[in-house]
Structure formats: C-alpha cells, structure tokens
Design a protein around this ligand. Structure first.
Ligand code: PSU
Ligand code: MN
Length: 306
C-alpha cells in the first residue's frame, strides 16, 4: 500500500511471526514535553527490544503512515511537539489526502496497527469521557469497540470521568481486563474503586484471552489494564488536587475538543512540578514490559485458528 509503509524490521518480524508491539505518537508530541518525550519514546522501544520484541511506533509523515519510525523521524516528531497535528480516526483521510504530518492517538494507532497485522499496542493511558464535559467522549472508546486490538495501558487518567468511561466501554463491548487486579487502575494510582470486567494473572493468560478474542472474530478490542507499581505511583493527593484545578481551568478558559487532553496533561505537570511526568514515564515503561511479555506469549500460540 502506497500510503502505509512498514519499516524493514517490522515487515521482517511480521513475516516471520515474531512478536511486534505497536506504539502511538501522540503521547510523544502532545503527551509530554521535549526532550523527555524523545527520551521516553527511545527507552520504551529499548524495553521492548530487551525482551525480544520489535517496536513499531506509528506516525504520519507527508501523508504516508509509517509503522516503525526510525530515530530521525522520532526526533523530528518529538521536537515539533504540540505544533504537530493530533490525528484520531476522523482526521485520517484528510491528513493523508493533503499529505500532512501527524501524530496518531490511540484510536488512529489501533487502526493502522491492525491494518499492518499487529494485535498488541502499548501506551500510557486511553482517552475517555471527560469530567468537565461528559459529551466529550474520546474516539479511543468507540475505536476499542470496532477494532480488534489489545491496548496495554495503566487504565485511564483521573482527568476523566472513570465511571462513565467504563460504562461507555461496556456499551461498546470492550473487554476491560485487569492485570493481576479486579480494580480498574486510575493511571497514577493502582486503584479506582471501580471493577474491571475480568482479570488475568500472567502474560500467558493475557495472551490466551486475546487469542480467543481474535479467534471468535468479535472485531472489538480489549484493554489490558496494568496497575502502576506502588513504588512508581505519583503522590496521589498532589496529583488529584492538580487534576481538579486543571479541569476547572480548562472549563473556565473554554478549552474544547482535542485540545482538552493535552491542556490538562501540561497543566498537571506544571502544578505538580514535574512529579506527574516522572510517574508517567516510569509507568509507560512498565506497561511496555508487560506488553512485551504478552506479545512473546502470543507469538508462541501462533495465528488463531478461525
Ligand atoms: N492520556 C494520557 N496521555 C496521552 C493521551 C491520553 O495520559 O498522551 C493521548 C492519547 O494519544 C489518547 C489521546 O489517544 O490523548 C486522547 O485524546 P482525546 O481525549 O482528545 O480523545
Ligand atoms: Mn475529546
């Protein structure tokens, strides 16, 4: 496909049924400031490689989707940051038609990873239903309802309305699986007090669950929600307070649409003097470890027999 390019390494790995894990690029451009964003992107790739998994960071350059970005491409995207276009499902055709650059959100990354033949995708947190405005529902949630992909993450941030987010996922038929927990993780803290829909306790159990989901051809996605390890969690109260302040500010300043999430992430980082960013980075790397182990197990199971 002229509009979708696999890097030689990713193409080779997929051909040989070796484990490959997808990574998104909006977390780099809009989720973290430069240069921590670049360093994190490189470290997450290194975590995957360390476990024998090929990383496939996905982004759009001049109207071409790249599945597996090289060092130069990654650096250009990280430097451009918020000036880069944030691309979710609705924006894809336009960005490709007009040959623009773009960073893919969870929703767009799921679409392209699936088209490339990848089934596991690691990130920090998914979008959800916003606290400030409950009609602001992330396209990540509807995408999870329609694309067969396992998104390994630390749940969703408390910038979101978590009860509504989980209800929405249930309506969309998304399997929300806790990794070693029955409690849906709330990103910076391991628990939210809200139930997941099921639980697994090992990478092989997680792989078996995904394999079954693919075999049955549900064509919907699953979330593998990994609680942040206690020693990496951010100071709960400080982040919670900063979150409340940031949400209030976003409402007062009339921040709307796809600018809400980047605004909140930036403000919480400022208000916690970098504490939230530190925890964010550590947690993404931890998710990558779990996602890598799961991908290795999935590769052992082979292609699902339909
Ligand atoms: N949540 C985070 N960090 C992020 C994002 C979400 O903790 O970087 C990014 C992801 O790319 C996600 C997107 O797909 O924000 C959701 O944006 P919105 O709320 O506008 O749908
Ligand atoms: Mn939104």
């Amino acid at each position: 496909m002229a509009w979708l390019k696999l890097s030689p390494e990713v193409e080779q790995a997929l051909k040989n049924a070796r484990p490959v894990v997808a990574l998104e690029s909006t977390i780099i451009s809009h989720g973290m400031p430069y240069p921590q964003n670049l360093k994190t992107a490189q470290e997450v790739e290194a975590v995957l490689r360390g476990k024998g998994v090929v990383p496939a960071t996905i982004g759009i350059l001049k109207g071409v989707v790249h599945v597996g970005m090289d060092a130069e491409q990654l650096e250009a995207l990280a430097r451009r940051g918020l000036a880069c276009r944030k691309v979710s499902r609705r924006d894809i055709a336009q960005v490709l038609a007009q040959k623009q650059d773009g960073a893919t959100t969870v929703s767009a990354t799921m679409i392209f990873a699936h088209q490339a033949g990848i089934s596991i995708f690691v990130t920090g947190g998914i979008g959800g239903v916003h606290r400030g405005d409950a009609s602001d529902v992330s396209a990540d949630l509807t995408e999870l309802g329609r694309t067969p992909m396992c998104v390994v993450c630390a749940g969703a941030k408390s910038i979101l309305d978590l009860p509504r987010t989980l209800e929405f996922l249930e309506t969309q038929g998304v399997c929300v699986c806790g990794y070693g927990t029955d409690d849906f993780p709330a990103f910076f803290t391991p628990t939210s007090g809200l139930p997941t829909s099921c639980r697994v306790d090992s990478p092989s159990q997680a792989a078996e669950l995904l394999q079954k989901q693919l075999q049955v051809q549900l064509n919907s996605g699953m979330v593998l929600a990994v609680p942040v390890p206690e020693h990496l969690s951010a100071e709960g109260k400080a982040v919670e307070e900063a979150t409340r302040t940031a949400v209030e500010e976003s409402v007062k300043q009339n921040i709307k649409g796809n600018e809400v999430t980047p605004f909140l992430l930036k403000r919480i980082n400022e208000l916690t003097q970098g504490e939230s960013l530190r925890a964010n980075i550590a947690l993404v790397k931890h998710n990558a470890e779990v996602g890598a182990l799961m991908a290795v197990e999935l590769a052992k199971l082979g292609r699902p027999k339909l």
